[in-house]
Design a protein around this ligand. Structure first.
Ligand code: ATP
Length: 301
């Protein structure tokens, strides 16, 4: 197995996934570009059908893209053979799915679910596994329910045990598809805080696909996906003022792809009636974009 040394933990370039169902082609991903740096925590948002789950299924090694480049934790997802794919899924990435029942085995206790993941992944010496399983449950705030079966846990507790299972083999990347989708607000906040702890204390790179707008306040970066492409980003940082008070600052960015394409937000283009063609000018430190004033002159009256 050849590991590729790229700086990013997730890198997608011009990623395409076409599904063919009953003779009809659906382009779920249409040249998607995304780079996620090691140790970062990113939310992926977008309308229903924009391609979020398709992307996550590819990044988790369950599906193969039609074209483009996809590297995760040093693995090339397009050229990986069957054995490498199995190892990749056991050790390099962890996943948490929306449906709590998909994450845990119902007939094993919480701690046994975590230990089983380590047994399958063979990532830690056998004698260390029980202690490590309890440490992980403790990190996620569910050590007190370690001996319970999944059915005896609340939805939020189940998802936190699922995170412990997902990181049991110390993966570089944790992927979560709507992990708070079936939870109320308080349980969602607990799950997101647990993911933040995994990110900050273990340095795990975290990518969360979500509809939940409150997720954005728990991550440094929110990437918006539209029609199978990344379209815009929000970056959040904390600034300390001269009185020592912390302020959270959110800055909006548009995504500039590798060939220079830029998607302007709908609200900008509709407000200024920009369509078909815009006028561009390169200034010393920015690019100006104006509606095409000549368009109206050219239109027949
Ligand atoms: N196996 C498949 N066969 C055919 N079309 C598919 C398949 N999987 C997804 N699609 C289509 O690809 C597009 C993207 O779907 P995807 O599930 O990735 O969107 P999503 O952003 O995750 O949506 P949601 O938020 O509703 O889960 C949709 O048009 C969907 O119908």
């Amino acid at each position: 197995m050849t590991l590729i040394e790229t700086e990013a933990d997730i890198r997608c370039n011009d990623l395409v996934r076409i599904f063919t169902a009953v003779g009809v082609e659906v382009q779920a991903l249409q040249g998607l570009n995304l780079t996620v740096e090691p140790g970062s925590m990113v939310a992926l948002v977008g309308a229903s059908g924009s391609g979020k789950s398709t992307l996550l299924t590819i990044l988790s090694g369950l599906d193969t893209p039609t074209a483009g480049l996809a590297h995760v934790a040093g693995h090339d997802l397009l050229t990986m053979d069957r054995q490498e794919r199995i190892e990749f899924r056991r050790r390099s990435v962890g996943f948490v799915w929306q449906q709590t029942v998909r994450n845990l085995l119902p007939y094993l206790t919480a701690v046994d679910n975590v230990e089983l993941a380590m047994t399958i992944g063979r990532s830690h010496p056998r004698r260390d596994r029980p202690r490590r399983a309890l440490e992980l449950l403790d990190l996620l705030g569910v050590a007190d329910v370690a001996q319970r079966l999944p059915a005896e846990l609340s939805g939020g507790q189940q998802q936190r045990v699922a995170i412990a299972v997902a990181i049991a083999n110390s993966p570089r990347v944790l992927l979560a598809d709507e992990p708070t989708g079936e939870l109320d607000d308080a349980a969602s906040a607990d799950v997101l805080e647990a993911m933040q702890r995994v990110n900050s204390e273990h340095g795990t790179t975290v990518l969360i696909v979500t509809h939940d707008s409150t997720v954005s306040s728990h991550v440094q970066r929110t990437v918006q996906i539209r029609d199978g492409r990344t379209a815009a980003e929000t970056l959040r940082r904390t600034r300390v003022d001269q009185h020592g008070q912390e302020h959270s600052i959110a800055e909006e960015f548009a995504v500039l792809d590798r060939v220079g394409r830029l998607q302007l937000p709908d609200e900008f283009t509709s407000r200024l009636d920009m369509r078909d063609r815009v006028r561009l000018a390169l200034e010393t430190d920015h690019v100006g974009v104006w509606p095409d004033a000549r368009r109206d002159d050219e239109e027949p009256s």
